[in-house]
Every structure is written in structure tokens, then in C-alpha cells.
Design a protein around this ligand. Structure first.
Ligand code: KE4
Length: 429
């Protein structure tokens, strides 16, 4: 595969951008190769700057559920752009998108748009603290909620982990109010939330974890989480930045029938442009400035191009049978992949829900951070490189999700399955 232009670009990039990338995972450090630079994408195909084409299973980390460069989304952005790109004033399109989000996610009575998932979760936690007058945030080992200080806590072991900064630059004073406990563990959850020494403002959770690889929680865990937070007056925040409009029109909360107090969104609702959102009960949201005292602001929040892209994207996913077709396609793909994995000698565990999945290179169930960390990342790196050589674009980390989009046709998926089978054989030689 010719990669001269990527090599040259990466060299230039490293001179002026830390690691040559604007987000660490893109540096491909964990899969033992240098990043390829993308020129364009359409449907489920991405094309790098050297003209190499790949079937894309990263989907820009989730937003591209309908496929890349969908005409309706591109047209919406182009039409918005000719009228100007930012006004710093309210526009009609942000009201339209807000109304649509509230219609699709009934637990969201009011929503505030921001510019990233990080901003959404950071703001939701500040709101929960302001609304309850309490400080402690409970999160779960292996769940990622963006890079704001409160969340950069070293993931726990099997015990409650008092906030240990997960990154230099995050003061102990910040993370001492963040507890990270094991995902899917009802006993530790109950013990923590009932601990009277802890003034817990909120629990924030990925209702399906996508950032330790895909881990689908036991429903008993999710139900217990909702019961306890209701009983104890703790704000329950669903971080649906990945699962929102991915698992269904109403996200994981619709699929599970569990209603959070606040929901964080991102990715799909921006149609590929920078958008995040947090929303929920009006009683809580009315505490946000200018109605209430909890401050949050943003120059480009509700940007007309991003709102237009998001509106066009949501109108695509609202089409009849969009999720039904995506579910059927994903069911078939996962079943075929499981057969290949069972036939191969390579130990793998496939975790999947809807069109998001992770094939862990391990021989035991992956139900939380601790079990996810047992995966063979070296083997994943070899698999990644095999698939890249074979024209498949996977997430450059064992601990991310693979996404199927509406743009993946049977022929693309069959090619991918053949390449997976070939890669598994190579891994065992
Ligand atoms: P952003 O700030 O990256 O838009 O969103 C942060 C975030 C919040 N919550 C969840 C559940 C998320 O998955 C994310 C970001 N996801 C990662 C990939 N899993 C973004 C990719 C990257 O960091 O480059």
C-alpha cells in the first residue's frame, strides 16, 4: 500500500501538532503503526491522501450512522453556509433541532446545545452539583465522559477508587470529589450510594459502555442504579454521546425503558459537525443561566451550520425502518462474525448491541473494566494491521467500538467478514 503522502503529512504534522494529531487515539500508537491521513469519505468508504480506499467501521467514532457525505446533510450545511456561518445570536434552526431532540427523547424536556460531548457532560455535572448543592460525582471504571478534569480519574481496581488523577495537570482537589467504581457491580454500587459520608450529587454512566470496548450492562444493574438514585435523591445522568440516536431513536434509555434525570448527547446529533447537548427535566434544566444560577456558555453553541447538519442527520435516522434495517444488518454481521470466531483458533469475545460492537481478543467474558483490560492488545494490533492491509478501517484501539452504518451494504460486510477470517488465520500462524 502506497502511503507516501500520509508519511510526509504525518512528519509535518508532528512538527506543529502534539503527536501530529488533534486527538490522541488517532495517532494509532496502540496498534503499532502511523496514522493515515484521510482525503475524503462517502457512504461507508474512506479514501486516504494516497488514494487508498477502506471500508469504514470507525464512523468518525460514531456520528456517521447514515454514512459519510450524505447528500441531505451536505446540502443542509451548504445552504446554511451561504447565509453566514455564525451570528452569536439565536436562530430558528437551533429551535427546530431542540424540539426534535425533545420529541425523540421524551426524558428531555429542555436541552442546551454545546460544542462537544465533553462540554455536555462537564455542564451536566455542574448542573447536578448546582441543583443538589452536593459535590460528589460517581462514575464507573472504564467509562469515558470526555476530558474535563472531574472525569480524568484513574480507573479503579475492584474497590471504590477515591479520585486519583488520571492525568498530570488535574489537581487532587478536583478529583477528590469523583469516585470511580466497577461497572456492572450492584453490590459496590449500593454500598457507595448509601454511604452517608458521601454527599453525592450525581451518578454519570454510559448506559452501554463504548470506551472500554463495548460492554452491555446487566439490566439488573441499570434498574438498581435508577432505583437507588431515585430513592436517594441523586441525579442520574446518562451519557448517551455514543448511544444517543445510535441504539434507537430514543437511545439506550428507550431501548432499556429506563428514564434518567439528565442525558448527554453528541456525535450523531451534529451530523459530523461539532455538537454536544445536555438536557432533561425542566425542573433541573431551569437552573441553567440565564434562567438559573448555574453558569454555562459558548461562543459557537447552537452554531447554524452544526444545527443544520444535525437536523438533516436526525431527519435521516427518523425515516421508517432506519433502525430496523440497521438492526437486521448488524444482527446478520455479528452472527457471521461469531461463526468465524468460533471456527478460528484465536480466542475472541464479541460484545454487541445494535450496530455497535467490539471483538475482544480474550477467552473470558468482558463485563467490566477489569475483564476488558485482560484483552490481548498486541493481537488486536496485528489484527488491525491485517485489516488495514485488506482495505478495512477499524478503530485503532481494542477499547473502542466498531460501528455498522446504514451505508454498509451486504457486499461491504461480506468483504469485511472474509478479511476478518483471513486475519484470524494469520494471527494463529
Ligand atoms: P467529545 O468531547 O470527544 O465530543 O465527547 C466526549 C465523549 C463523551 N462521552 C462518551 C460516551 C464518549 O464516547 C465521548 C468521546 N468518545 C471518543 C471515542 N470513544 C472520542 C474519540 C476521541 O477521543 O478522539
Amino acid at each position: 500500500m502506497i502511503t507516501n503522502r500520509s508519511v510526509s503529512l504525518f512528519s509535518k504534522a508532528q512538527a506543529v501538532i502534539p503527536g501530529g494529531v488533534n486527538s490522541p487515539v488517532r495517532a494509532c500508537r496502540s496498534v503499532g503503526c502511523d496514522p493515515l491521513f484521510i482525503q475524503k469519505a462517502s457512504g461507508c468508504i474512506v479514501t486516504d491522501v494516497d488514494g487508498n480506499e477502506f471500508i469504514d467501521f470507525v464512523s468518525s467514532w460514531g456520528p456517521m450512522i447514515a454514512g459519510h457525505a450524505q447528500p441531505e446533510v451536505v446540502d443542509a450545511i451548504q445552504q446554511a453556509a451561504v447565509n453566514g456561518t455564525s451570528f452569536g445570536a439565536p436562530t430558528s434552526v437551533e429551535v427546530e433541532l431542540a424540539e426534535l431532540v425533545c420529541e425523540c427523547v421524551p426524558s428531555i424536556e429542555k436541552v442546551r446545545f454545546v460544542n462537544s460531548g465533553t462540554e455536555a457532560t462537564m455542564s451536566a455535572v455542574r448542573l447536578a452539583r448546582g441543583y443538589t448543592g452536593k459535590n460528589m460525582v460517581v462514575k464507573f471504571d472504564g467509562c469515558y465522559h470526555g476530558h474535563s478534569d472531574s472525569f480524568l480519574v484513574k480507573a479503579g481496581s475492584g474497590l471504590i477508587t477515591l479520585g486519583i488523577p488520571g492525568s498530570p495537570g488535574v489537581p487532587d482537589d478536583i478529583v477528590k470529589n469523583t469516585l470511580s467504581i466497577p461497572y456492572n457491580d450492584k453490590e459496590v454500587l449500593e454500598r457507595t450510594l448509601r454511604d452517608e459520608n458521601l454527599d453525592i450529587a450525581c451518578v454519570i454512566v454510559e448506559p452501554v459502555a463504548g470506551n472500554m470496548g463495548v460492554v452491555v450492562p446487566d439490566m439488573s444493574f441499570v434498574k438498581k442504579l435508577r432505583e437507588l438514585t431515585t430513592e436517594l435523591g441523586i441525579v442520574l445522568i446518562f451519557d448517551e454521546v455514543i448511544t444517543g440516536f445510535r441504539l434507537s431513536l430514543g437511545g439506550a434509555q428507550e431501548r432499556f425503558g429506563i428514564t434518567p434525570d439528565l442525558t448527554c448527547l453528541g456525535k450523531i446529533i451534529g451530523g459530523g459537525l461539532p455538537v454536544g447537548a445536555y438536557g432533561g427535566k425542566a425542573e433541573i434544566m431551569d437552573n441553567i443561566a440565564p434562567d438559573g444560577p448555574v453558569y454555562q456558555a459558548g461562543t459557537l453553541s447552537g452554531n447554524p451550520l452544526a444545527m443544520s447538519a444535525g437536523l438533516a442527520m436526525l431527519q435521516l435516522v427518523r425515516k421508517p425502518d432506519f433502525y430496523k434495517d440497521l438492526e437486521q444488518k448488524s444482527d446478520w454481521f455479528a452472527a457471521e462474525l461469531q461463526q468465524i470466531a468460533d471456527a478460528a483458533a484465536v480466542p475472541t469475545v464479541l460484545n454487541r448491541i445494535g450496530s455497535m460492537m467490539t471483538c475482544f481478543f480474550t477467552d473470558e467474558p468482558v463485563t467490566d473494566f477489569e475483564s476488558a483490560m485482560k484483552a490481548n492488545t498486541e493481537m488486536y494490533g496485528k489484527h488491525y494491521r491485517n485489516m488495514l492491509e485488506g482495505g478495512m478501517w477499524l478503530a485503532p484501539s481494542q477499547f473502542e467500538a466498531t460501528f455498522i452504518s446504514a451505508a454498509h451494504d451486504r457486499i461491504h460486510l461480506e468483504k469485511a467478514l472474509n478479511m476478518i477470517e483471513s486475519s484470524f488465520k494469520k494471527l494463529m500462524n
